[in-house]
Write a protein that binds this ligand. Structure first.
Ligand SMILES: *Cc1c(COP(=O)(O)O)cnc(C)c1O
Length: 432
């Protein structure tokens, strides 16, 4: 085997990896059919037969319910708006606290702010990188109203103890399933375990429509509130059930509606999910087998009561054991591999850490969400050190790679494995 690429040797793989384009003939036909009708959206923000959207939206929502075992699916134009709608639907507001994860895409933590509630960060557990139920318990106060659980990287969070805490303190539970469509916990689909699940259909998720999202719930009342928040509730409530009082809290106007075109694409994409998950699991297992050979690598076992769907694959690197810094190790891996086609400017998909712990963002450090600093009181604690596990993972040990994608053939993925094995086998040569 040649010398490490970072030291002047030959790269393991120099040809860019094929990009993940899952838009096929079926999607094109589905879009064409909608285009022929000329009806790209059929939503109307008033109480009539268009309040719930057109035929593609309704068919898509029914099919989503079927695939994910949910009683109700409410499509929205992103997971971001879905989380905002979900927090509005469970009726959080000013003075309330919502427990969130610091290790996730930002909106899982900022959505409560839209309703003037404040996020409180709990720590993660190092096995799945998801919220640690014990840490959640420690963060509960008399103001806590809800928990936003994220099934990060595609691995379900430990829902039973979280639901137990929620029952004990009468909290609502929102599941952010953006990275975990089809993942299961004790045989149940994520997104149906808490009060509301939220999924993403943006272009880098397992299945997509460019942009889009879906909220799932088994609760009739919450489903109705989600539909109202999606589509100008304030103009609708008056006419919904004449003679009955509908509580108005959090029913102000948004337009979170998805297009018929997106629904048509998403209906085809649902069918692509299961083969995609199967392939990702296979590649993930191959990578685990490779990495487990090295004492400086930790690839936590996926707990046996869950099925991981691998939005990305994370592992932990022990720089002290390896005798080489994480930055240098990552640079050596990147040097062996190529970027994705069309995304050459993003570099090779090897990450050190994931997203900087969210409480370190200026929004929380300066406690300014709205003009005047509202809704923060100054009593919130967003100091460095509040979640030691996430800080250790992010700044110290966690790495992830973005090569688990259906666009890679088995031979493409073997190149990725070979690059990891080459750098790990020769790690001694990286010592400075
Ligand atoms: C992608 C993502 C979101 C946001 O999804 P959009 O559809 O882009 O708004 C939220 N949470 C997590 C965990 C995500 O990965």
């Amino acid at each position: 085997m040649s010398e490490l690429a970072i030291l002047g040797g030959k790269k393991t793989r120099s040809e860019p990896f094929p990009w993940y384009n899952t838009m096929g003939e079926e999607e094109r036909l589905a879009v064409d059919q909608v285009m022929r009708t000329g009806i790209l959206s059929k939503f109307h923000g008033s109480w009539n037969d268009k309040f719930l959207g057109g035929p593609e939206i309704r068919a898509f929502e029914a099919e989503w319910c079927k695939r994910f075992d949910a009683k109700h699916s409410v499509s929205v134009n992103s997971n971001t708006s879905g989380l905002q709608a979900a927090l509005g639907a469970i009726n959080v507001g000013w003075g309330d606290e919502v427990i969130v994860s610091p290790y996730t895409m930002c909106v899982s933590a900022t959505a409560p702010l839209v309703w003037n509630a404040t996020p409180v960060f709990a720590d993660i557990e190092p096995r799945t990188y998801n919220l640690d139920p014990e840490s959640i318990r420690r963060k509960i106060t008399s103001k806590t109203r809800a928990i936003v659980v994220v099934h990060i990287f595609g691995c379900p969070a430990d829902m039973d103890p979280i639901l137990e805490i929620a029952r004990e303190y009468k909290l609502k539970v929102i599941e952010d399933c953006a990275q975990a469509p089809g993942a299961t916990y004790k045989g149940r689909q994520v997104g149906t375990i808490g009060d509301i699940g939220v999924f993403s259909l943006n272009w880098h998720k397992h299945i997509h429509a460019g942009e889009g999202g879906v909220c799932t719930t088994n609760d009739d009342h919450l489903a109705e509130r989600l539909q109202l928040i999606r589509n100008h509730a304030e103009a609708v409530v008056e006419f919904m059930r004449p003679g009955t009082e509908i509580p108005l809290e959090n029913l102000i106007g948004f337009n979170f509606r998805m297009l018929e075109l997106q629904a048509a694409i998403a209906r085809v994409q649902i069918k692509r999910l299961d083969p995609e998950i199967a392939l990702r699991r296979k590649y993930a297992r191959l990578m685990e087998e490779t990495l487990r050979r090295y004492p400086f690598m930790t690839v936590p076992e996926v707990p046996s009561d869950r099925e991981h769907v691998y939005y990305t694959q994370a592992f932990q690197y022990d720089a002290a054991k390896a005798g080489v810094s994480r930055a240098r190790f990552a640079a050596a891996l990147r040097a062996e591999l190529a970027p994705f086609q069309c995304f050459e400017d993003e570099g090779v998909a090897i990450g050190e850490g994931y997203i900087k712990p969210l409480y370190l963002m200026p929004l929380f450090q300066k406690r300014i969400a709205y003009k005047g600093g509202f809704p923060f009181t100054g009593r919130e604690n967003y100091d460095r050190g509040i979640c030691p596990v996430v800080e250790k993972m992010h700044f110290g040990t966690l790495m992830h790679h973005g090569f688990i994608k259906g666009s890679l053939s088995e031979s493409d993925f073997k190149d990725v494995l070979a690059a990891f094995a080459k750098v790990c086998d020769r790690i001694g040569e990286l010592k400075e």
